[in-house]
Design a protein around this ligand. Structure first.
Ligand code: AGP
Length: 673
């Protein structure tokens, strides 16, 4: 998840160009009436930094160029001029998905001419195909990102339209054929190095070419998700487009904004219009014009009443709740471009070829806390679908022992941060012994990603709340994809079976949304059962992994005693603690042996314990005090049930007035052993 901001003002409005340090704020504190882009973009990026913070940049429109300043690091490290006269520009804060966090991979990205600058949020699934096509046509790329295809496609589109408008004649000075050729020197290299500062217009300008129409033609070729904002040298306009990635317009007085969310500009204006999927908009200081399917359309104007801090949390009271609600979108990103339905296979960008996997006798998953629970879930999937022996170990307990052959062992470190000391230590022990390592992480460029032989990114976007929520769901989802990858390459999984699992994965975001829609019900259940003596979480198989995770969530944010374990273990001890003041939360779904679990439910029910069931098993209904229905989704049903457990934990903690985002004694990333 990245953050986008765009700003454009009338040169004459508010504190315009005559004020050297003029920003976008009027002296009377009202909506922005004009001013220079740079300070507005920088403030906006600071407000968006929670969306991602490994690199940042801005593009400022000049008469015959676009000045780009971008580099790895946080906004405050960005080397910027003290002032810049531009009244139009875009900015971006990045959370890497394609390519490491480097200066070259930071946004904005430019075309060969330096006239077009683009910022992007989302994933362009067909970028490799587009890039190959563009490179064959002479375009020189400067980054490893998927985004960079957009400015190059736009360059070609604008050049073609300019040529058509001038009846095939050239409008630039050197008589070149335009497009990519005009952008590169004799060796096909970009004219200017991409560095922190770049101004390199060589196109001769794109004249009066309709940028909106050109952007429409370009986004028509993109597959995947995107929110893009485009600037073109000499043009006092921003052109933006969205598909499955948020984009909101901020409507000022003589100045307008565009951003990933209102946080970016809420200090300037609270008047907004949300773009819809398929929209392309032209934004100037005076006007906002939206096109959809080739026709001009109106989008409702709304007034937001959030303060800046609340806006950063998207209007939610806590980051944790916001992140719970972000799960459908996060999971779409995890899956994006990785499923090949026709072949019943996946495309994972990891170098684990069939001959390597054929030699693997055992997969060892190492992790801590929530990531360990994701590992427990994945173990069942790998064993069932990839027919491989799997062990899961708490990373702090890990040793590479037991007579295993390192050459036949794949060690998978599951760590959302990629910086957990215990997990890194386990991974290093495995690597030292000679085993191949794979990091499954949310953080491109993290220590785990750098040190492992391969990295599989879960693409959940930054998680601010200490309690892991969307990253757990994304870890299990990414590990499910890995299961298909391993199963197919080892010849253990038929394409039909793989297709069925992939179909369930496709349905996962929608099923999670169904649980989120039941949040009011879970809030009421939490109110009813707050302040009990203890809470037990039970399930079997995949359900027991989720039971452990549900208990951990409640412990860490509500500070109440909770225990999770396989339901079959109740009768071996814990049943002695079960009373009418100890609610038992139970996973009764496919993949969790609901029939056997129900027998254990009967044991606690007969002792008076309230039973809250997350269930797709009809026979259970009579034994449950509360039934939360889980939609049919095969082996992913327990993962959906987990969203209900997250909401339960959140609402209990909220009723108890806990510091939900920063629970006592805990840190987001544990970098000591
Ligand atoms: C759970 O809510 C915690 N945040 C914690 O258990 C966490 O999962 C654990 O510390 C591992 O972190 P990692 O995924 O960043 O390695």
């Amino acid at each position: 998840m990245c953050g986008i901001i765009g700003y454009i003002s009338n040169e004459d409005g508010g504190n315009g160009r005559d004020d050297e340090h003029g920003g976008g704020e009027r002296a009377d504190g009202g909506p922005t009436g004009g001013g220079r882009a740079l300070p507005v973009l920088v403030d906006g990026l600071r407000n968006l930094e929670y969306r991602g913070y490994d690199s940042a940049g801005v593009a400022l429109v000049e008469d015959d160029a676009v000045a780009v300043h971008k580099q790895q690091g946080v906004i405050d490290d960005l080397a910027l001029p003290d002032a810049h006269p531009a009244t139009c520009g875009v900015g971006h804060t990045r959370w890497s998905t394609h390519g490491k966090p480097t200066d070259a991979n930071a946004h904005p990205h430019t075309d060969c001419t330096g006239d077009v600058a683009v910022v992007h949020n989302g994933i362009i699934e067909n970028y490799d195909h587009l890039r190959a096509e563009l490179e064959a046509a002479g375009h020189a790329f400067s980054s490893e990102t998927d985004t960079e295809v957009v400015p190059h496609l736009l360059e070609a589109e604008l050049a073609a339209r300019r040529e058509a408008a001038t009846d095939g004649g050239r409008v630039d000075e050197d008589g070149d054929a335009g497009g990519a050729e005009s952008a590169a020197d004799g060796d096909g290299e970009p004219v200017d190095d991409v560095g922190p500062y770049r101004t390199a217009s060589t196109s001769g300008g794109f004249g009066d070419v309709d940028v909106v129409a050109a952007v429409e033609a370009v986004v028509d070729r993109l597959e995947g998700s995107y929110a893009v904002a485009v600037t073109v040298a000499g043009r006092e306009e921003l052109v933006v487009a969205r598909q499955d990635s948020p984009l909101v317009l901020g409507l000022g007085d003589g100045a307008n904004f565009v951003a990933s969310d209102v946080t970016a500009f809420v200090e300037h204006t609270r008047e907004v219009a949300y773009l819809e999927d398929g929209d392309v908009a032209r934004v100037t200081g005076d006007a906002v014009d939206v096109r959809h399917d080739g026709a001009w359309v109106e989008r409702d104007r709304k007034t937001v009443d959030w303060e800046a801090e609340a806006a950063e949390k998207g209007g939610y009271d806590h980051y944790m709740l916001k992140e719970i609600y972000e799960q459908p979108g996060a999971l779409r990103q995890t899956l994006s471009g990785r499923i090949d339905e026709v072949a019943g296979d996946v495309d994972l960008d990891v170098d684990l070829p069939a001959d390597v996997l054929a030699d693997v006798e055992e997969i060892q998953l190492v992790a801590c806390g929530t990531s360990y629970h994701a590992g427990l879930y994945a173990r069942r999937l790998l064993e069932e679908f990839a027919d491989v022996r799997v062990t899961v170990e708490v990373a702090s307990e890990y040793e590479f022992t037991g007579g295993r052959d390192p050459w036949e062992t794949l060690v998978v470190a599951v760590t959302q941060s990629g910086e957990t000391a215990d997990t890194l230590s386990a991974m290093r022990k495995a690597a030292k012994a000679g085993a191949r390592t794979l990091a499954v992480t949310n953080t491109v460029g993290s220590t785990a990603a750098r040190e492992a032989d391969d990295a599989l990114y879960i693409r959940a976007g930054p998680e601010i709340g200490v309690a892991a929520t969307k990253t757990f769901a994304a870890q299990v989802t990414a590990l499910s994809l890995l299961t298909v990858h391993v199963g197919r390459r080892r010849g253990a999984l038929s394409s039909e079976r793989a297709s069925h699992l992939l179909e369930n994965l496709r349905g996962l975001p929608g099923a999670v949304q169904q649980l989120l829609d039941a949040s009011d019900r879970l809030q009421a259940v939490a109110s009813e059962y707050v302040d009990e003596d203890a809470y037990f979480f039970v399930g079997r198989q995949l359900g027991s992994a989720v039971a452990l995770e549900g208990a951990l969530k409640l412990k860490e944010i509500a500070y109440v005693h909770a225990e999770g374990f396989p339901s079959g273990e109740l009768k071996h001890g814990t049943l002695a603690l079960v009373t009418e003041d100890t609610p038992v939360l139970t996973v009764l779904t496919e993949g969790a042996r609901p029939k056997e679990t129900l027998n254990n439910v009967k044991e606690v029910e007969s002792r008076g314990a309230p039973v809250i069931g997350f269930s797709s098993y009809d026979a259970a209904a009579n034994y449950l005090d509360v039934e939360i229905p889980i939609p049919d989704l095969g082996v992913l049903e327990p993962l959906v049930a987990n969203v209900g457990l997250q909401l339960f934990a959140y609402h209990v903690a909220n009723e108890l007035g806990r510091a939900i985002d920063k629970p006592r004694n805990l840190a987001k990333s544990v970098t000591v052993e």
